[in-house]
Design a protein around this ligand. Structure first.
Ligand code: 5AD
Ligand code: SF4
Length: 473
């Protein structure tokens, strides 16, 4: 695949800056001092990162960010399609914004993200939500200024959904990050794996890696501005660089990132077990800047189901990887994603998953009830599992994992943890809260000047979901 066709040319990006200026001029002509923009985000971190880019463009156009949709002059809903539940929530919120539009005629509402890239959802919105001003698929995010400008001058509904399946890479557009000390950095987009349950390859196009120099420059800039935690994003970060002519992979990228000066840690997600290499694990082990936390989606603990899912690994190879990780980094935190109730999952298959929870001893799991996704292979597989059985298995799995997680926090008692301080605890504002490199929540007493920096905390109490401790000067 020719990369030069995938990377949007600087001329085309410049055109989008011109559209941003045009929108700014239109806003300036209005008899209103401040124009507010609100973005509602569903789904994964990639969507959060995309929303920060959309807000970046909005701010560049003269809007001011608000967290109150009732104040907004423009609302963007950035949707997710991974499970039906996320789609229904996005549709419901979009429905609730109708009354805002009735009160404020000039309010612009746009719906973007993975959900609208599906033909049937596009039709749904077209027919049932006539007050939506425009729809834009993820491959059109970079044209957001043009879409908004056209919406403003043409006064008719705009559809920018033609994503093809190749996708693109756009560099040099503005961003407005939610945090000054934690940042997402997308290193690649799309997915080639076509796991049979998953809609992502259909809505986010094929795998494509950002140029390493662009990624490194972005991280250097973040580090220079005092950013303390950088999370590299991709549907399958282990595939990074496979589309390059030169031989340069994800481990090489991590190595180069760690050479950038600065007081920051690096995380990454998500890794596909079939592509997680020993080289990657060795790179993690030798670089103190890389957080010793690995998210390795298992999806199922049954070899038969894994094959039906098109995952290209089995229990044994997965456990081999886990063993290698623990050999190199004995205290590494391992987390996973699990789907229960995939079509044809028998009680025995499910017990295989429970068994893997025990064998691996995860720090945490993200578990999901299988959700049928239109257009995927699994959606038309025979023997879909009844809702009741799925729910019952889901509950059994959580119970099992809770028993495994309980007590995991005790190992931290008496240790000193380096914690990135995030802010005041929501449940107890007297306390500050942060996370250690294993992503464990830590509460302690201290003043606000610590927020956005690392602090050393001696752990004195371990609860089920969090740790408490004392600040060490
Ligand atoms: N149903 C339930 N869970 C799903 N996931 C992806 N597709 C589906 C689906 N159709 C889960 C997988 C993936 C995570 C992001 O979402 O576990 O790793
Ligand atoms: Fe979906 Fe599988 Fe790609 Fe992950 S690797 S985005 S689960 S198809």
């Amino acid at each position: 695949m020719e990369r030069k066709n995938i990377v949007i040319s600087p001329e085309k990006i410049k055109e989008q800056y011109e559209y941003m200026d045009k929108v700014k001029a239109l806003l300036a002509d209005r008899m209103q001092e401040t124009h507010y923009a609100y973005v509602e985000t569903f789904g994964c971190q990639q969507n959060e990162a995309d929303s920060e880019r959309i807000m970046g463009m909005l701010v560049r156009m003269g809007y001011v960010q608000t967290y109150d949709p009732a104040l907004a002059d423009i609302i963007i809903v950035n949707t997710c399609a991974v499970r039906e539940h996320a789609e229904l929530r996005a549709l419901s919120i979009t429905g609730q914004f109708k009354h805002l539009k009735e009160k404020k005629k000039h309010l612009i509402i746009g719906v973007g993200g993975c959900m609208v890239s599906q033909e049937h959802r596009k039709e749904d919105i077209k027919n049932k939500y006539p007050y939506i001003n425009f729809l834009f698929g993820t491959s059109m995010n970079w044209r957001f200024p043009e879409i908004l400008y056209n919406c403003m001058i043409k006064q008719k509904r705009q559809y920018y959904l033609d994503c093809g399946d190749i996708g693109n890479i756009a560099e040099g557009l503005p961003v407005k990050r939610e945090s000054s000390f934690k940042a997402w950095v997308s290193i690649m987009y799309g997915c080639n794996n076509f796991c049979t349950y998953c809609v992502v390859p259909y809505v986010r196009g094929r795998e494509r890696s950002r140029d390493k120099n662009e990624v490194l420059a972005e991280i250097k800039e973040l580090s220079d501005s005092g950013c303390r935690e950088i999370t590299l994003l991709g549907q399958n970060v282990n595939s990074y660089g496979k589309d390059f002519e030169e031989s340069y992979d994800f481990a090489d990228l991590l190595d180069d990132i760690c050479k950038i000066e600065g007081n920051f840690i690096v995380r990454f997600m998500t890794s596909h077990p079939k592509d997680a290499s020993h080289k990657l694990i060795d790179t993690m082990a030798k670089n103190p800047k890389i957080a010793k936390a690995f998210h390795l989606p298992l999806q199922s603990g049954s070899d038969r189901i894994l094959s039906e899912m098109n995952r290209h690994y089995d229990r044994e190879t997965y456990l081999g990887l886990v063993n290698y990780m623990r050999e190199k980094m004995p205290d590494i935190a391992i987390t996973t994603d699990i789907i229960v109730g995939f079509p044809g999952e028998s009680e025995e298959d499910f017990e295989g998953t429970l068994d893997m929870l025990e064998k691996v001893g995860y720090d945490n799991i993200y578990s999901f009830i299988y959700s049928k996704r239109k257009g995927t292979k699994a959606a038309v597989m025979a023997s879909q599992i009844p809702e009741k059985v799925k729910k019952e298995r889901f509950a059994r799995m959580l119970e099992k994992q809770n028993a495994i997680s309980n007590g995991k926090n005790n190992i931290y008692l008496g240790t000193v943890q380096k914690v990135l301080v995030e802010g005041r605890s929501k449940t107890n504002p007297d306390k500050l809260t942060g996370r250690n490199e294993k992503n464990r929540l830590v509460h302690f007493t201290g003043d606000d000047s610590l927020i956005g920096n690392f602090a050393n905390i001696k752990i004195t109490e371990a609860e089920t979901f969090s740790l408490s401790g004392e600040l060490i000067k």
